[in-house]
Unconditional design. Structure first.
Length: 89
């Protein structure tokens, strides 16, 4: 869901500022860029050129790292709560 939202944001940036990601990119190429940035893989031949496009990519990369951290924190909290309930019983 987040990757699709950033894909739309990239499409909006490309529409507002043509050439932000090099030559005109398709929706699928921008979605691919979004997934590679969100998962911190960064294996893409798409490169944001101007500073505003790079800033948007940086925001998505940070959001991807924070998302993973939140998922891990939630799993640890659920595990800890389960262990404390089993000790009470």
């Amino acid at each position: 869901m987040v990757a699709r939202a950033f894909g739309y944001a990239y499409a909006g940036v490309q529409a507002a500022w043509p050439g932000s990601f090099g030559p005109e990119r398709t929706w699928f190429e921008l979605l691919f860029l979004s997934f590679t940035c969100l998962t911190s893989v960064g294996l893409s031949d798409l490169v944001p050129v101007p500073h505003h496009a790079r800033s948007l990519v940086i925001i998505e990369e940070v959001a991807g790292v924070l998302y993973v951290a939140l998922v891990i924190a939630r799993l640890v909290a659920m595990s800890t709560a389960r262990m404390s309930r089993s000790k009470k019983d």
